[in-house]
Design a protein around this ligand. Structure first.
Ligand SMILES: NC(=O)c1ccc[n+]([C@@H]2O[C@H](COP(=O)([O-])OP(=O)(O)OC[C@H]3O[C@@H](n4cnc5c(N)ncnc54)[C@H](O)[C@@H]3O)[C@@H](O)[C@H]2O)c1
Ligand SMILES: O=P(O)(O)OC[C@@H](O)[C@@H](O)[C@H](O)[C@H](O)CO
Length: 453
């Protein structure tokens, strides 16, 4: 397997599932970082091995995970192409974060984004150089690609030429219909450079949807010290996570896959209701707590859910989302009860500031769909609108001394924030989704209030 996005979640989830499902090491993961080489250098120096710390109120359990067989810098497109071209590679997994898909509000690759435009330009020149080169002359892949989509296009081009055959791409990012999102970003780069390649990708790459769940905060220095003390190994890439884990997948694996079901993964034909349950009840609640919780002075998810005010807002939002989670088998009451317990795990110090980042792409998946569904049903959508109100007030928190906005769309957001204060709510609400009308803007505005009261 090849993985893009060598972060904490890949180590606690897909790499852990693979290790648990495959004790004989028939599978290995060549994992690539996204932007900097740091995580690859650390892991490569440890032969890909790292400690997973499973943490609950009863204590910590330590386990060495051995499924990562190689770690590379994401900028090494040559190595990525070599590995994807290999017929031994059957699956490509992704945890590259939501904004890294660079999709516009129409769900298609946003070619107006400067990083996308740059990569398209590099791909076009590369393709032209290849067309001009003598037939059979191997051409090095372009080295300067910034996006995962463009890098994968080079990889699939190499596989097509090598006759490597069909394979599966599994997005493990918190996006609705994440398989379709992966297809759109990759095909969005492929189509403008080669229609033939786009057709090959459509015919040979199975884009698998997956709902992925395991709360995994960023690793801290204290985690590194704790692992050293408990195990005797100075592991520089441990990952601390909760005992709960869930993986639901839908789609074909034409070149095979690890038997992830042995570790509890579930394969289904109909993933959408499960995806919505997770994205709305868990991630939507996380975003609510991230903004409203910080505005009320809290630092972690566990601190925020212990606050009765935040807890009441959380229940209101869950009630709204639950109106639209009606598929049999979802067990929404059980899921909510389990979430209460997971969020209250105070030994998992999940920083609200980490969850708050990239609010614009996250709220489009986590709050806006519930708000639109509520309004369509003739209700106000007040609890979902509160998430947007809290996001706006958290963006403005600390006035002139506020930190730069941590969002891939920071330029647009900063422009709206710097404009007429009377237009900020409307500007940001419409930026999230232009289907949100004046009544929603007024509702969000009325909810922008003194959060501490
Ligand atoms: N942490 C969790 O609890 C959790 C749970 C479920 C799903 N996820 C999904 O996994 C993603 C990653 O989470 P994480 O905790 O591993 O974060 P992380 O910050 O530890 O790792 C993110 C990885 O993505 C790469 N990346 C970041 N921006 C990128 C870009 N623009 N292009 C390509 N690669 C990029 C980084 O280099 C890094 O390798 C989340 O954004 C989410 O969609 C996370
Ligand atoms: O990882 P992000 O940045 O998409 O979102 C932050 C959290 O909501 C998220 O990581 C959850 O902890 C996770 O989705 C739980 O499975």
């Amino acid at each position: 397997m090849v993985h893009l996005g060598l972060g904490a979640f890949h180590r606690s989830h897909q790499a852990w599932y693979t290790a648990a499902a495959d004790p004989d090491h028939e599978w290995g993961i060549a994992a690539f970082t996204g932007r900097s080489p740091d995580a690859a250098e650390v892991l490569a120096a440890q032969d890909g091995l790292y400690t997973l710390v499973e943490r609950d109120d009863a204590g910590d359990r330590f386990e060495v995970v051995g499924s990562i067989s190689a770690a590379h810098h994401g900028g090494d497109v040559g190595e990525l192409a070599r590995l994807i071209a290999s017929p031994g590679t059957a699956v490509v997994t992704l945890t590259i974060t939501e904004p890294a898909y660079h999709l516009g509000s129409d769900g298609l690759l946003d070619s107006a984004s400067s990083v996308v435009a740059q990569d398209l330009e590099v791909l076009r020149s590369w393709q032209q150089a290849r067309t001009g080169a003598a037939s059979g002359t191997p051409l090095d892949p372009p080295g300067q690609l910034a996006t995962a989509g463009a890098r994968l296009v080079v990889g699939f081009d190499a596989r097509r030429h090598a006759g490597g055959g069909p394979l599966a791409v599994v997005s493990c990012d918190n996006l609705s219909s994440n398989g379709t999102a992966a297809a759109e970003t990759i095909l969005g780069f492929a189509r403008p450079i080669s229609e033939e390649l786009a057709v090959w990708i459509t015919d040979n790459v199975s884009f698998v949807d997956s709902s992925i769940d395991r709360i995994t905060p960023r690793t801290t220095e204290a985690d590194v010290d704790l692992v050293a003390e408990a195990t005797g190994f100075r592991d520089l890439a441990p990952v601390v996570t909760e005992p709960f884990h869930n993986w639901i997948l839908s789609g074909a694996f034409p070149a095979g896959r690890p038997a992830w079901e042995r570790a509890g993964a579930v394969f289904t034909e109909r993933i959408e209701p499960f995806e919505q349950r997770k994205l709305w009840l868990l991630n939507g609640a996380h975003s609510l707590l991230a903004y409203a919780g910080q505005l009320r002075g809290h630092e972690t998810v566990a601190d925020a859910v212990a606050d009765t005010r935040c807890a009441a807002w959380l229940e209101d939002f869950w009630d709204e989302a639950s109106h639209h989670l009606t598929e049999p088998g979802l067990d929404v009451p059980g899921y909510r009860a389990a979430l209460q317990e997971r969020f209250s795990n105070s030994r998992i110090r999940h920083q609200l500031s980490q969850i708050a980042a990239e609010g614009s792409s996250k709220l489009r998946m986590r709050a806006v769909p519930v708000l639109l569904a509520e309004r369509k049903a003739g209700r106000t959508g007040r609890a979902s609108a509160r998430i947007i109100a809290a996001w706006i007030d958290q963006l403005l928190a600390d006035g002139a001394a506020r930190k730069p906005v941590a969002d891939a769309a920071a330029g647009t957001i900063e422009r709206i924030l710097a404009g007429d204060p009377d237009d900020v709510t409307a500007g940001l609400v419409r930026f999230l989704d232009d289907r949100l009308d004046d009544d929603v803007v007024a509702l969000v505005h009325s909810l922008r209030t003194s959060w501490r009261a």
